[in-house]
Design a protein around this ligand. Sequence first.
Ligand code: F0G
Length: 466
Amino acid sequence: MELPYAEPYKIKTIEHIHSSTRKQRVEWIKQAKYNLFNLSSDQVFIDLLTDSGTGSMSQEQWSAIMSGDESYAGSRSFLELRDTIRELTGFEYVLPTHQGRAAENVLFSAMIKKGDIIPGNAHFDTTKGHIEFREARAYDCTIDEASNTSAIHPFKGNIDTRKLENAISIYGKERIPMIIVTITCNSTGGQPVSMKNLAEVRSFADKYGIPVFFDSARFAENAYFIQNREAGYHDWSIREITREMFKFADGMTMSSKKDGLVNIGGFIAMNSESLYREASHFNIMFEGFLSYGGMAGRDMAALAVGLREATTFEFLDSRIRQVHYLGEKLAELEIPVQEPFGGHAIFVDAKKFLPGVAHEEYIGQTLAIELYLEAGIRAVEIGTLLADRDPDTRENRYPELELVRLAIPRRVYSRNHMDYIAVALKNIYDRRNDIKKGYRIISEAPIMRHFTVELEPAEDGQKGTR
Ligand code: F0G
């Protein structure tokens, strides 16, 4: 018999979590205005809201915390971090930031202006938020297969270079200061981008003299998929693949809360000295001095160790196999999930799951609330609430996919937790035809509304807010 996979670590410290009754959850979600972000964590049994900053650190990371250097300037911990990033990515210049969106803020302050167009593969919401905040626009060039949850394609994060050509012909290259490739592509389901596609984007960009930046939050998971799925890379190590991927970019932004295996942190890395100098001004203004950028020395020390751990096959194999174990369980139960499974999460296709709920009543959010009520599991809607309103027309943008993301924190939950999640979804699936009403918005913010939106159950005859 082939041995099953087992976690390459054992548990030294535990954190208690508490189950609750359905009656309690009915009350709590009502008080939370049907927004799962408003729940306190002790009202949640299994928290799949995000894999960002929610992972467990290793004893080596905790040891590094103790020896972090808190010097304002020239911190040894920064130099260790910079050298690690140089080694893993090949980029010469590194600016630390307090998290990923801060890296976007600093880089975009130096590179994006009003009226610009930023092509890429399904930009993440903070990325799009920082682009739109500058009165520029994100232009989605993801391959069409990405929006079909049952289409089998090994690299559903890929960019369609014909769509890049369209962006040039509609807007002209002068309005395009950069192309952003998100590896893995969170918004299409944690889907990877192939090495071949990274090379194609690079040669396209070279043709027009446009810089390419990788939004690299889950770059190590992307490297694992290349090793696993792309011909020619099976014998390469994760770090060899990582170095090769970054050869196709001019720079990167990073949310270290994912593949940095830390609870907070981020950075920008790049080749261009002049860009580094320009971005440095914004870093000092928004984040902090160049050798800490919003991070404590101890956090940078833990990040340097985390980046090394995250770029090992041993870590990535158990990480991704745990996520896929959940996906396979759900698929066996005939629950509609996006396939092939992505890296950090399983995405449930809420439109297929709840055909009785109208899209004006937020199908994904309805399913996420049901999951909480059923079992105390907190997931997140990736659908109409997240897609927000069109900044020009202020109409709801209805994305092709209404998904519920089950994001799996790194090194946190066991296989029993995965089984529990699968049964909870199966129970809802069995009664899916009884779920016909969704929710309506009672208040929302002008940008990135999903974090703070307030909802109420939609009543019969009452239309959701349009
Ligand atoms: N880019 C990607 C692809 C992300 O997934 C995130 C965060 C960011 C940038 C921003 O980084 O949170 O450190 O400021 N994603 C989290 C998530 C929030 O739940 O997927 P941040």
